[in-house]
Structures are given as C-alpha cells and as structure tokens.
Write a protein that binds this ligand. Structure first.
Ligand SMILES: CC(C)(COP(=O)(O)OP(=O)(O)OC[C@H]1O[C@@H](n2cnc3c(N)ncnc32)[C@H](O)[C@@H]1OP(=O)(O)O)[C@@H](O)C(=O)NCCC(=O)NCCS
Length: 346
C-alpha cells in the first residue's frame, strides 16, 4: 500500500501458518485518551481477548494509535521487507505529526511488542486511503492484517469517510486476500514503467495549462468526466480528489494539442512521477522523451510511471527507452465504507 510519490515493491510475504481464529472473540473499546501524545484520534484502542487464546501462544492483540516511541520497532519490521527499501522510514515523521483530519496511524501490539502498523490517509472526497500495512514476519498468517484493515475502516467511518481504497502489487496474494476480505473490489490495474533521465529533448512538446480541456481532447476522461491517476503507490481521482493544478508538470505535444502528460517530482525520492500519458503515438513518443529530459534537467535519478495504457502506447514507451516492471502491476481496490463495515461485522 502506498503513499504519494513513493514506490512500494511487491510483498515478499511467505505462505502463512494458519492459526484458528477464535469464534468467540470479544472486542473491548477503550474510550478516548488512548493516545498519550495527543496525535491521531484517541478513541482507537480495541483489545481483542481471545477465548480460547490464539494457537500462536500470543494471548491478546491490542490495536492503538501508533506513537513516536514505536519508531524503532516499526522500522525493524519495515527493514524486513523489500531488502530494506521500504518507504516507511521516509514518511514516519510525517505520519506522526499529521492532524487527525489528515490521517492516522495504528499499531498492533502483542505482549508489549509492536507486531504491525498501518496508516490511513483521509483524502479529499471522503476517501480513506489505506497504506503502509506491515506485519512482523513472525506474526503473519494470524489475521492481524485483516484486523488492522477492519479497525482502520471503522475509524475512517467515524471520521466521515464514505469510500475506502488501497493499492497493492498484483503478486501480493496476502494483501489481495486482506482487501477482498473487507469486501473491497479491484477497480484499476496500473502497469509500472520507468526510464533513466536523458539529455535529448522531445521535439514539439511544451508546457500547457493544467486543464480538463486538454484531457478531454485526448480522450483521457472516463464517462463520469473523471480520471484516476496513480502517483507512486497512491491513487487519486481528478477532479473529485485533486485538481489539475496539483500536478505541476503538464506537457502537451502538437499544436493543437494531440497528446498530454502530467507529472510531478516525487516528494520522497529523487524521481519524476509520470501520472498520466495519453494521445497520439507521435505525441506520446515526444512527451516520453521530454519527460526523460525533464528528469535530467532537474537532476533526478529516474522517471517512474504507473499507467493504464493501450497496447500501442506501451509499444511506444518501450521504443523510447522505458522499461516495464514485468512481473507485477499495481492494483487499486475500492469499496463503500458502509458495505465494508457490513462485510466486517457480517
Ligand atoms: C501482506 C501482510 C500485511 C499480510 O499480513 P498478515 O497478518 O499475515 O495477513 P492475514 O493473516 O490477516 O491474512 C492474510 C491472508 O492472505 C493469505 N495468504 C498469505 N500469504 C499468502 C500467499 N503467499 N498466497 C496466497 N494467500 C496468502 C492468508 O491465508 C490469509 O487469507 P484469508 O483471507 O483466507 O485468511 C504481510 O504479509 C506483510 O506485512 N507483508 C509485507 C508487507 C506488505 O506486503 N504489505 C502490503 C503492501 S500493499
């Protein structure tokens, strides 16, 4: 699960040891004040007392707001995934400092040990974006991720969210199971491309105004007039969740414009995130080339893109030096918060 501008590699999750879940799990809601630092909503503290206890010999799981003091244990979990390239250390401080209206981070604790973490970004348009779920390798396969997602959705509902979304890699079977277990359905598949910066320029390209007119002209908008874009591992829908101006780089090719590219520098890594590319084959060729030049000009290390593309556009990208991440795609799952709550309690 992702965060704006940051790439999350696919899970290396191993097949779990199945642990029977108690049919008689009690849920105790600890009232407000569970967050001693005053960060994040203070009402999440669900203690699950299992009778009989989980077969894993762990007696209880407590889900509570994550705190700055959890840093070391969370980073230790994070270091076990994707060869230490996980993005959580890059965003942790921001998560700890954000206002409750912007999002919240929850941690799961067993016998005093932090065993899992998850962040929820409360996006515009009453969307809860679930991301950064990490379960300690020794505690996987016990339903902890299912439980964290459920608690995240419940808290999001309390905060007014109506839609829940998350992304994961297509090969991440555990994560996909967790999403479908909460009643979320697959709504988009983004293929991942990247290219090195390059000095050569794309002829016939220029900066254009950030407007829906250009997107409409090149046929980018869905029937409802919206466009879902993936920015790193996060997806946002224009115009309901982001305005065209939120993406500072708008390039057009041709006059009048026959192809459009939207991009922005990643907030966390030295990369240019290409979030949308559409139009004629020649226009796309020029724009892709110009984006590589743009990364070069800005001293960035890479152009990365998660895109929903047709076959011709893919061929063009490969032709101009982009490489496709060939073993997985980024999937976006979505659900209505009310239905997800019903499926969680049902
Ligand atoms: C993905 C992850 C969060 C799941 O945590 P978890 O606590 O082990 O998950 P749960 O036990 O709640 O549920 C996992 C489900 O996936 C299934 N599963 C696990 N590994 C699997 C595999 N390799 N293939 C198929 N299914 C698998 C489990 O059987 C379970 O299925 P169920 O819904 O039928 O019960 C954990 O593996 C992890 O931290 N991975 C590394 C980080 C990561 O990938 N995060 C998600 C990024 S989007």
């Amino acid at each position: 699960m992702g965060v704006a501008g940051v790439k999350d590699p696919p899970s290396t999750a191993t097949a779990p040891t199945r642990v029977a879940r108690s049919a008689r799990t009690e849920l105790t809601l600890t009232p407000g004040g569970a967050d001693p630092d005053g960060r994040g909503p203070g009402t999440i503290c669900h203690e699950y007392i299992n009778d009989p206890p989980l077969e894993s010999a762990v007696s209880a799981l407590t889900v509570r707001p994550a705190q700055e003091q959890d840093r070391e244990q969370v980073f230790a979990i994070s270091a076990t995934v994707w060869e230490g390239q996980d993005y959580i250390p890059l965003v942790w401080s921001g998560w700890m400092e954000e206002s409750p209206e912007a999002g919240f981070t929850i941690a799961a604790e067993m016998d005093g040990q932090v065993v899992a973490v998850q962040h929820t970004a409360l996006q515009p348009g009453a969307v809860a974006w679930m991301e950064g779920i990490r379960v300690h390798p020794d505690f996987r396969g016990q339903g902890i991720a299912h439980r964290l997602l459920a608690d995240g959705i419940r808290e999001s509902a309390r905060m007014g969210a109506r839609t829940v979304r998350l992304s994961t890699a297509s090969v991440n079977q555990a994560s996909r199971r967790v999403a479908s277990g909460a009643g979320l359905r697959l709504v988009a598949r983004f293929e991942v491309y990247s290219a090195d910066p390059a000095a050569s320029q794309g002829p016939g390209t220029r900066a254009i105004s950030a407007s829906f007119e250009h997107l409409e002209r090149v046929g980018s908008l869905a029937s409802g007039g919206t466009l879902l874009v993936a920015d790193g591992w996060t997806a946002v829908e224009l115009p309901t969740q982001a305005s065209p101006g939120d993406f500072p780089i708008w390039l057009g090719a041709g006059d009048p414009v026959e192809a459009v590219a939207l991009a922005r520098p990643s907030p966390a890594r030295p990369r240019l995130n290409l979030v949308h590319l559409a139009g004629t084959r020649d226009g796309i060729r020029d724009l892709g080339t110009q984006l590589r030049h743009e990364a070069h000009r800005r001293g960035l290390q890479r152009v990365t893109a998660s895109l929903q593309l047709d076959g011709a556009t893919k061929a063009t990208l490969l032709d101009i030096g982009f490489q496709q991440q060939d073993d997985w795609d980024m999937l976006v799952f979505e659900g209505d918060v009310g239905s997800a709550m019903a499926s969680l309690t049902g």
